[in-house]
Design a protein around this ligand. Structure first.
Ligand SMILES: Nc1ncnc2c1ncn2[C@@H]1O[C@H](COP(=O)(O)OP(=O)(O)O)[C@@H](O)[C@H]1O
Ligand SMILES: [Mg+2]
Length: 479
């Protein structure tokens, strides 16, 4: 049980909770579901135990819409809709069918339920206001009244359990502690339950991840410096002496006001697009990602350049987490023309830097020219040519991205947002990211600003309770 659930609960109105039906005759319960997209019924499926069975599309026009499982035509994003957060273990919704049955709203205005779309509390998720109006100096300046991690006293994840029991709460994947939220008109930010899911709050955690909200914020700034379209983002102050969280705006929904864009948006990641399970998110190469991207993109040349930028960014900031679920494409479907009118690499999201690693530990998840470590200038140039960039263009992009990212990293580290500079964990994060970016950019031959390196503290492993545990011998000194 959460230590102090009442303070958390006060942030969430109550709604329908899901409880797992008992097995009948030793057989798991059979569920029947409809899959809806923007209010249209796309198709139906049955689910029992650990099995989903596609029962067909509701109209011919939907048959070619999604990347599909070859055996039965089930949309692959549905095959891949799994709980991948230990929160769902706490909720006893850790098998796929119970996870789907316990939810209702998913990313990209997808709804799954027995009665969908008629039991949906929100018609469509749409942005409600202009995020930029509520950002100053990189920091959210609207009104946020919680929940705050300290509400859960010990463990936010445990405390959020009550919230996730609510069937109306939108579901999306990923390992970190996150909360779907609504940024309302006048800058009021609240958990999304029966209101449109417009923003994601990513909370910092402990064990060396206290600065993680700032880490991702800074890396998203560097993604912009690399010339990439990037999810709009801001630091979210949490008070109580805590380092800030990260607030990210969804890019897979449209803006509310009158000029309603008729197209429907769909995010599909590179597990789904390649017909691979999320368990294999770390498998394969960036060359394979590029190949898959070419099959779908309506502007392959521009997208290949962006994928190249994203790869170089990942290498120079030591993003060890660029796996197939952290890169995606955004599909824009016109329901009148009954076709996709625009399919592009999505804006960058979930970009981070492994600040605790030493230089020799730097490692990519997906391989580049067969390598995950020891990536050199010639590796990146060969990768560029391999995916179809002219040699001069690959060189130009490599130098440009390195120079811009290193310069911006130093600029941020020297002039941090007020909300971050107060926290030692954030200062250390900024210094480490700047150090990594400058060193790597220099190795790749780009001009870099003056910068005094800050190294990862000496560390060692101890065996505690039979576990290899990382112990920092010399924590970074306070400024
Ligand atoms: N700005 C965004 N707009 C739309 N979908 C997003 C956005 N950011 C993340 N997502 C989706 O949500 C998932 C989880 O978010 P992510 O930032 O990757 O969290 P985690 O750090 O837990 O992996 C992503 O894999 C992606 O599908
Ligand atoms: Mg992720």
């Amino acid at each position: 049980m959460p230590r102090n659930p009442s303070s958390l609960r006060s942030h969430f109105d109550t709604g329908p909770a899901y409880s797992k039906p008992a097995e009948a005759n030793g057989q798991p319960h059979v569920y029947h579901f409809h899959l809806c997209w923007n209010g249209d019924r796309i198709g139906s499926f049955a689910a029992q135990g650990n099995e989903l069975r596609w029962e067909g599309y509701s109209a011919k026009k939907y048959e070619k819409l999604f990347t599909q499982r070859p055996e039965d035509g089930m949309p692959y994003f549905l095959v891949n809709m799994h709980p991948d957060n230990k929160l769902f273990e706490l909720l006893e919704q850790d098998d796929q069918v119970t996870y789907i049955a316990g939810g209702l709203r998913y990313l990209s205005n997808l709804v799954i339920s027995r009665n969908a779309p008629f039991d949906q509390p929100v018609i469509t998720d749409r942005l409600q206001t202009d995020f930029n109006r509520y950002i100053e100096g990189g920091t959210f300046k609207g009104t946020y009244t919680g929940p705050f991690p300290k509400d859960a006293e010990e463990d936010l994840q445990e405390g959020l359990k009550e919230y996730w029991r609510n069937r109306y709460v939108p579901r999306f994947s990923g390992a970190e502690v996150k909360l779907p939220a609504t940024l309302h008109e006048f800058g009021v930010l609240q958990p999304a339950i029966t209101t449109p899911f417009t923003h994601i709050i990513k909370f910092p955690t402990d064990s060396g991840k206290e600065g993680w909200g700032f880490n991702e914020w800074m890396c998203l700034e560097l993604s912009e410096a690399a010339g990439l379209r990037t999810a709009a983002h801001a630091l979210l102050p949490l008070g109580h002496g805590m380092p800030p969280a990260l607030l990210v705006e969804r890019f897979d929904i449209h803006h509310n006001p009158r000029s309603i864009n008729p197209n429907w948006l769909l995010i599909q990641d590179f597990c789904t697009l390649a017909g691979m399970s999320p368990d294999d998110r770390g498998m394969g190469s960036m060359e394979q990602v590029a190949k898959t991207m070419r099959q779908y993109s309506t502007n392959p040349q521009a997208d290949l350049e962006d994928l190249y930028r994203r790869t170089v960014l990942s290498v120079i900031i030591n993003d060890g987490d660029m796996h197939r679920k952290n890169i995606a494409m955004l599909f824009e479907y016109n329901p009148e023309k009954e076709q996709y009118v625009n399919v592009r690499l999505s804006p960058a999201y979930d970009v981070t830097s492994e600040i605790w690693q030493y230089d020799h530990e730097q490692k990519q998840t997906l391989s580049i020219q067969g390598k995950t470590a020891g990536i050199k200038t010639k590796t990146l140039l060969a990768f560029g040519q391999n995916i179809g960039l002219a040699p001069e263009r690959a060189q130009e992009l490599l130098t440009g991205v390195c120079a811009n990212v290193a310069a911006r990293a130093v600029e941020i580290a020297r002039n941090m947002p007020h909300e971050a500079v107060q926290h030692e964990a954030c200062r250390f994060t900024a210094d480490r990211i700047a150090t990594t970016a400058v060193k790597n950019a220099r190795t790749f031959g780009a001009p870099v600003p003056e910068w005094d390196n800050v190294e990862a503290p000496k560390a060692t492993y101890k065996i505690i309770d039979g576990q290899k545990t990382f112990v920092v011998l010399k924590p970074p000194p306070p400024l």
